[in-house]
Design a protein around this ligand. Sequence first.
Ligand code: FES
Length: 178
Amino acid sequence: MPRENKTECLCGSSECSNYAGLDAIIDKYIDMEGNLIIILQEAQELFGYLSRDTVAHISKRTGHAQAKIFGVATFYAQFRLSPIGQNLIMLCQGTACHVNGSEAIEKVICDELGIKDGETTEDGIFTLNNVACLGCCSLAPVMMIQNAQGEETYGKLTQEGVIGILREIKARAVAQSA
Ligand code: FES
């Protein structure tokens, strides 16, 4: 596939000048057969999600049609088309957690935050993702919360306990932004 002039991107994106990192990723894989998924994975790692502008830029640089890129990005659960919240809740739905009530925990989280699996709260504080086994089954049911400070694992979750955890994190986030 022919390379395009990096300093003269045709995507029309207003963010284009911020795309040096993305261009470096594209350059790395541009001549590789079947390069789309690895480019999308690394672009998501860079930006946290795949915005319309990011997709437009990748399309222009690689020659993959935007429709094809969106098709791939929506087919694979690993890709996100909207930004994640400050706190990514990874709720385990593996066998041990399932047997120990992870579905009920999910319902409590969804009710408390007003979102479903894969969604982000309007205030941008939380994103919920159901995940497979987190590797600490003896603590089932388990969730891990990842944010700028790192990640924390919460085990032996109860419905009341999970509400307390979420409210505490939200209170902290609100206090920090005040
Ligand atoms: S099944 Fe949930 S941590 Fe293993």
